[in-house]
Write a protein that binds this ligand. Structure first.
Ligand code: PRX
Length: 695
């Protein structure tokens, strides 16, 4: 794999539009992947015998069919859902991914009318599963819990839908949801979907982040914001309503005023008397929503009508509003969920992601409910009250499918196996991983310790933009290799291209692109179709460019190697370096900033910021803290730099471009690999930076 690394690092600049390449790291968290290529871990014969797809041959047949006849393949699946009006059979898929041939456009099931909420909730009741548990809820404190059957869920969704309609929210209107992992969060998403409103969920993090909420409000101009007064994370309360108040003031300044804030009283975190209140704007959920009828007609929407907007970081500028539509997304999340987790109706499924991320949209809310699954929603954190919490929950609910992120696996691994082994975990059947490449030692710990060497791991590679899994094991079909996401899902054609955009066959490394669309693909960036084309389709004409590097080994297994643009992946969360830099330079004492990713034992990557201060300002620990606070407040706690490196100057070319390659090496302390510094305007800068490394 070191040869592959060299091959990839020799790649020069991408064609227009892709931003800077940071070089692909084919070594994940310092672990070489070479040995893993030959290590096959087979599912047990019993597992395979009972699996939906039980052999490579069966996968191959299904995959080939999906590629040769995508319309037939996906139409058959679509038939299993309810459509008010059937799609036009000649327009199952219409697409142009080639910018040189005209505007990029993707549509699936044109002419069809459906509703994802109806299919995820009502349809399960109609098929006799009304009394099945749709959602278990486990609160922050052990012992706090709740549950909802599918029938109860429908009633709650309908009440909120009716309330939303009563305040004038209708088809196509945006609603911002800023809620923690309470049952009300998926309920709010489903209530919007039921009436054709477009939801945009903003993830809740410890930390203030009112600015990033305001940015979203200004971009999508919601009819109302749905939030709660406060939430407890571990031992700490977060005052969500205060954050919303500040965000609404900020958006008002930018010309967008929102006249209604529906607030859920989260009594376990804060009483309503203690909540700051603006009577002309704020309404308690418990006071109004419960008064509405528990029945609400469905708004039938076109397959291509927008379902939600989810903001994510890009390599430059403000966050991008990724837009997903209804019909294709519905089929895609349902089908990927079913096959990648080998879903059985008796499963109890737990995904640790927050609904505010795409993982929570596709694999907490929509994918599982569309399959009639029982889903666990967890409000708390995995190490509260101690590091055994996850396994305590697994035993309490008999969780059989557990889907999480490598960063969580690594942090629990660090805390010691005794927190795991004192719980039974015998209900577990399938494990899943998402968000970043899982390094082989974390994979093995997850497999051997958590799964007692009997549960296959679905290492699912995908993105906010892809809507659902793209490259993933089907647990009963393939032997696994620790750290490889294995093979493409049905209908997905991944290709690895070189810097010229030529597809490379066989064993190789390069840029990961996708040929042809798939039903779950995003359709545009909200309000900026040009940026959509420039970012994703211009770098390699004819393909969707993922922004990731990838190797394919001799057996055809895929190994994702990380971002190749200026996006850092911290604990599975995407953060654009440009976003952190612009937050830093907004600090009055910061003159310039350059941010790079650096390897981090638990988070995968950490944020390393080089900061040049305004002339005459001295370095101090306080200033460092205040710079970090600025980033926390503007973007969120997860974007806080792990290290601020004082920089009297930054390494720039004569044309003024910052050479991040050099900064990355300084951050990683790989000082003998700085490479050629002769093209710098002032090569002396590098020495200065090295001298300040430990200040
Ligand atoms: O770099 C890849 C990494 O996360 C990026 C997508 O981030 P986001 O849109 O926030 O979605 C995260 C949840 C889907 C990808 O471009 N990534 C995600 N899953 C994996 C991964 N890298 C390697 N292996 C994975 N399983």
């Amino acid at each position: 794999s070191s040869d592959k690394l060299r091959h990839v690092e020799s790649m020069s600049q991408l064609p227009s539009g892709a931003g800077k390449i940071s070089g692909i790291n084919a070594v994940v968290l310092g672990e070489s992947l070479a040995a893993e290529e030959n290590d096959l871990i087979f599912p047990s014969p019993e597992f395979s015998a009972n699996a939906l797809v039980s052999s490579p041959k069966q996968y191959q047949e299904m995959y080939e069919r999906s590629i040769k006849d995508p319309s037939g393949f996906w139409s058959e699946i679509a038939e299993t859902f309810y459509w008010k009006e059937k799609w036009n059979p000649s327009e199952v898929c219409s697409e142009n991914l080639d910018v040189t041939k005209g505007p990029v456009q993707i549509s699936w099931f044109k002419g069809g009318k459906t509703n994802i909420c109806y299919n995820a909730v009502d349809r399960n009741i109609e098929s006799g599963n009304g009394d099945k548990i749709a959602m278990y809820w486990e609160g922050n404190e052990p012992g706090q819990d709740a549950k909802l059957t599918y029938s109860e869920l429908l009633e709650k969704v309908c009440q909120l839908s009716n309330y939303l309609k009563s305040v004038g929210v209708g088809k196509g209107d945006a609603v911002i949801i800023y809620l923690p992992m309470l049952l009300e969060l998926p309920i709010a998403m489903l209530a919007c979907a039921r009436i054709g409103a477009v939801h945009s969920v903003k993830v809740v993090f410890a930390g203030f982040s009112a600015d990033s909420l305001a940015q979203r409000i200004v971009d999508c101009k919601p009819k109302l914001v749905i939030t709660c007064n406060a939430v407890k994370r571990g031992a700490k309360p977060i005052l969500l309503k205060d954050i919303v108040d500040a965000a609404l003031v900020e958006s008002e300044k930018n010309g967008v005023s929102v006249g209604l804030c529906l607030t859920y009283e989260n009594q376990s975190a804060m009483k309503r008397e203690d909540t700051k209140w603006q009577a002309e704007r704020d309404v308690w959920w418990q006071d109004v929503v419960t008064k509405f009828s528990t029945k609400c007609d469905v708004e039938w929407v076109d397959a291509e009508d927008p379902l939600f907007l989810l903001y994510t970081s890009g390599s430059t500028g403000k966050p991008k509003g990724v837009l997903h539509t209804s019909g294709g997304y519905m089929l895609y999340t349902a089908t990927t969920f079913k096959y990648a987790f080998d879903y059985k109706p008796t499963d109890i499924y737990w995904c640790t992601a927050d609904c505010g991320w795409i993982t929570g949209h596709s694999y907490v809310t929509y994918g599982p409910l569309l399959n009639g699954a029982t889903v666990l929603i967890f409000e708390g954190t995995p190490n509260y009250p101690d590091s055994g919490r996850c396994w305590d929950i697994v035993d309490k609910y008999n969780v059989s499918i557990f889907y999480t992120a490598p960063t969580l696996v690594r942090s629990l691994m660090r805390d010691g196996t005794e927190y795991v082994t004192c719980y039974s975990r015998k209900s577990l059947r399938v494990l899943g991983s998402v968000g970043e490449p899982i390094n082989p030692s974390a994979w093995r710990w997850f497999y051997n310790i958590v799964g007692d060497s009997r549960c296959p791991i679905s290492d699912t590679w995908w993105q906010t933009e892809t809507g659902g899994f793209m490259i993933t094991p089907l647990p009963g079909a393939w032997p696994q290799k620790p750290g490889s996401a294995t093979f493409p899902f049905f209908g997905v054609q991944p290709v690895i291209v070189d810097e010229k955009g030529q597809e490379i066959e066989g064993e190789c490394s390069g840029y990961l692109c996708i040929k042809k669309s798939w039903p779950g693909a995003f359709r545009t960036l909200y309000g900026d179709h040009e940026r959509y084309e420039t970012t994703y389709f211009k770098p390699f004409a004819g393909y969707y460019f993922t922004g990731d590097g990838c190797s394919r080994d001799k057996d055809g297994y895929h190994w994702l190697t990380g971002r190749v643009d200026d996006v850092i992946n911290v604990s599975g969360h995407r953060i654009g370096t440009a976003e952190v830099e612009s937050a830093l330079v907004s600090h009055p004492q910061c003159a310039e900033a350059a941010v790079v990713g650096v390897e981090h034992e638990v988070k995968g990557q950490g944020i390393y910021a080089f900061v040049t201060l305004v002339d005459g300002v001295p370095y101090s620990a306080e200033l460092r803290k205040s710079l970090i606070m600025t980033v926390r407040n503007q973007i969120g706690a997860f974007a806080a730099p792990d290290k601020i490196h004082w920089a009297p100057g930054l390494p720039k070319t004569r044309s003024g471009k910052i050479m991040r390659r050099i900064l990355r090496k300084i951050a990683a302390r790989q000082l003998d690999e700085l490479g050629d510094t002769s093209t710098l305007a002032d090569p002396g800068v590098v020495e200065q930076l090295i001298a300040l490394s430990d200040c």
